[in-house]
Design a protein around this ligand. Structure first.
Ligand code: GRF
Length: 204
């Protein structure tokens, strides 16, 4: 299989974006070429990471346009770069159905809970408030719902007695950074098989 051109979308810090970059530099993602970053916030730190690593980036400010306009603009950018796979790495926005359709089963998201528990923007806070004893992170395909697509990989962590949103987030982030590049490499090397909403990984 040829190397896949990957587009990354981020809204902020971009530590998951960095994890993909670093995995590439370590030679762990031979089938991945990070070809484009798109951020929807001009102040997103992910931009600095793209600059440092000479990855082309575009800022499409979501404050200044409608959801449809935003998605159309991003699709244009990705078409131009011939992007085949998209990673949402801390991208805090819902994509419209035409976007999801165009890249059906080609968009990955990383979410900081064990889905389907605690979807949405406050996963850590929600897990602690609920009294859950474990949480974790999930890499999944993006469908039209919120954090509801087929699950590719999950890792669990324990929630301790005095856990705070920050401490849980820190604990989970370590696993996000390991799992996202792994899942991306599996997808780009054609090893992720989808049957309904069940994902299996082809053995080597
Ligand atoms: C991560 O916790 C990710 O799971 C969630 O948003 C956070 C983004 O962090 N979707 P970063 O921007 O990758 O550092």
């Amino acid at each position: 299989m040829a190397i896949m051109k990957v587009g990354v979308m981020a809204s902020g810090r971009g530590s998951n974006f960095q994890a993909i970059i670093d995995a590439g530099l370590r030679g762990e993602t031979p089938d991945v070429e990070i070809s484009q970053l798109v951020v929807n916030k001009p102040q997103a730190y992910a931009i600095e990471r793209a600059k440092k690593n000479s990855i082309p980036y575009e800022i499409v400010d979501s404050e200044t346009m409608t959801r449809d306009e935003f998605d159309k603009e991003v699709m244009k950018i990705f078409e131009k770069r011939k992007i085949q796979i998209i990673v949402l790495a801390g991208f805090m926005r819902i994509l419209t159905p035409p976007f999801i359709d165009k890249y059906k089963n080609k968009i990955l998201n990383i979410h900081p809970s064990l889905l389907p528990a605690f979807p949405g923007a406050h996963a850590h806070r929600d897990a602690i408030a609920y009294g859950a004893k474990i949480s974790g992170c999930t890499v999944h395909f993006v469908d039209e719902g919120v954090d509801s697509g087929p699950i590719i990989m999950q890792t669990s962590v324990e929630i301790s007695k005095n856990e705070t949103e920050d401490s849980l987030s820190e604990k989970i982030l370590v696993h996000e950074h390991r799992m996202l590049p792994k899942a991306l490499q599996l997808l780009c090397s054609g090893k992720v098989v989808l049957d309904g909403r069940k994902v299996t990984i082809k053995p080597d």
